[in-house]
Design a protein around this ligand. Structure first.
Ligand SMILES: [Fe+2]
Ligand SMILES: [Fe+2]
Length: 190
């Protein structure tokens, strides 16, 4: 089986119906892909991995199943082991080593993409003009997007060796072109 974005989207949407989860997958995909581009890595492969990282969350919503019980499904569907291993490594509770650039980047983009998305949702202009400074301020408000693990946001930036401000700016920029798909106001020039 050739792992294509189209195929990954099919896999994702056959297991995931929730709009919120699909938007999360798209947001993490866009961020991870942008880093693949930045790092000169395989954008398609990194994008597919990000798109699929929570593909089984709807059928396995608990940590005794997600994402470990999703892995055999991906294997069955013929995804490369590199993708499957990276998907498994995003889960803190599995304690797997993040020993590749893809694993590190997926981890770094997972929580922050969700957080930046949440920041965009409460602004009339969405992601337009969203500065790292205001994202960092919101990170310090525990009640805002309370489900986002702050420690993982900070650890992720450190893991990929990118300053938090720059990491935030990169993610904001990566999400802007898909603002509409994320349910955010599209920027005027998009
Ligand atoms: Fe997950
Ligand atoms: Fe996720």
């Amino acid at each position: 089986m050739e792992a294509t974005r189209e195929r990954a989207w099919e896999t994702l949407t056959s297991y995931t119906k929730s709009t919120a989860l699909l938007r999360h997958a798209l947001a993490v995909e866009a961020s991870t892909r942008s880093y693949a581009h930045r790092f000169g890595e395989d954008e398609e492969l990194w994008g597919i991995t990000a798109l699929l990282h929570d593909f089984d969350y709807e059928i396995h919503p608990t940590l005794d199943k997600h994402p470990q019980d999703g892995a055999p499904i991906l294997r069955e569907e013929g995804y490369p082991e590199q993708v499957i291993e990276a998907v498994l490594s995003h889960a803190e509770h599995l304690g797997l080593p993040r020993d590749t650039s893809l694993k590190k980047t997926l981890f770094a983009c997972d929580e922050l993409s969700g957080f930046v998305h949440a920041c965009g949702l409460v602004r009339p202009t969405g992601l337009e003009g969203l500065e790292p400074k205001s994202v960092k301020k919101k990170l310090k408000q525990p009640s805002f997007a309370a489900g986002v693990h702050r420690d993982e946001v900070y650890a992720g930036a450190e893991l990929i060796g990118v300053e938090l401000d720059e990491h935030i700016a990169n993610v904001v920029e990566a999400l802007q072109p898909i603002a509409k798909e994320l349910g955010l106001p599209a920027s005027a020039d998009a």
